[in-house]
Ligand binder design. Structure first.
Ligand SMILES: Nc1ncnc2c1ncn2[C@@H]1O[C@H](COP(=O)(O)OP(=O)(O)OP(=O)(O)O)[C@@H](O)[C@H]1O
Length: 258
């Protein structure tokens, strides 16, 4: 990470379009994710945010457009291949083994990244490496006091932290986070906001989020999507001042205060 530069573009999506039959869920969407920055995708229900994140993670192939990661065209890579090159994703629904401990869940995530090279090494070395890696990621995600807890007994907020620890264990340079604050109370949200700010220092983050207070607390760049298209992209002050954005939110459930 010595060569890491804040502001360096890690991931660039160029004019992504995705059709489902006759429905255009994303049209000409171009977003970039830079190291040291949090980019938030905002938009009313059905705007196309999940479709966009699914294309970036490799869960959904674009109908048109390309995606570059650190200067390499990765449009044809699967989700698993993208995870191995450094693009990590968390999902809206928690994706953990509840009966396993926090440490076991994160260790498995660490090992998923490195399969081939371990043929050269002993099982014991692999275990030691993965456990050390897992402990470091658990600490970074703020779950240091829960290492040996069964994951299923963690609070909702802690389970989201665990998911982030699992993504970190894959050595992700880019974190794609789908509603990391969903279902959280205000204390848990505040903790997650602080965690996101810490993680941003060495990585690039793109998140989909509906909690406006949190969005404006963490975002460096916001892209507002409506009907599958980019309505506006810019720093939070520009988005807050945009009449078009305010109109897009009129009559929706999400509160949008200026
Ligand atoms: N697999 C699919 N097949 C058909 N249509 C889909 C599929 N996935 C999404 N869509 C449609 O694409 C449009 C965009 O959906 P998407 O889930 O990307 O929006 P969103 O902004 O993430 O919404 P939400 O905030 O409710 O999660 C919607 O009209 C949705 O019904």
């Amino acid at each position: 990470m010595n060569e890491a530069k804040t502001g360096e573009i890690l991931l660039q999506a160029n004019k992504l379009t995705r059709r489902f039959g006759g429905l255009v869920a994303n049209q000409d969407v171009s977003v970039s994710i830079a190291r040291g920055m949090i980019h938030v995708l905002l938009g009313p229900n059905g705007a196309g945010k999940s479709t966009c994140i699914n294309m970036l993670s490799g869960d959904l192939p674009p109908s048109e457009g390309t995606i570059d990661f650190m200067g390499r065209d990765i449009t044809g890579l699967s989700a698993a291949q993208r995870s191995r090159v450094g693009i990590g994703r968390s999902y809206q629904r928690t994706n953990i083994f509840p009966q396993f401990t926090v440490l076991e869940n994160v260790r498995l995530a660490a090992q998923s990244r490195k399969q081939q090279p371990w043929r050269l090494f002993s099982k014991a070395m692999e275990q030691k490496w993965a456990l050390e890696k897992a402990r470091a990621c658990i600490e970074e995600a703020g779950l240091g006091g829960r290492v040996d807890w069964a994951s299923g007994v963690l609070s909702h907020g802690e389970q989201r932290q665990l998911e982030i620890a699992m993504v970190l264990a894959t050595d992700a340079q880019v974190l794609l986070l789908d509603e990391p604050l969903a279902g959280m109370g205000s204390d848990e949200s505040a903790k997650m906001v602080e965690l996101l700010k810490r993680l941003r220092t060495t990585r690039g983050i793109l998140l989909v989020e509906h909690d406006m207070d949190a969005v404006f607390a963490v975002a460096d760049v916001i892209t507002v999507m409506v009907n599958g298209q980019m309505l506006e992209c810019g720093p939070p002050a520009q988005i807050k001042a945009s009449v078009a954005v305010q109109q897009a939110y009129l009559g929706t459930e999400d509160s949008f205060h200026v």
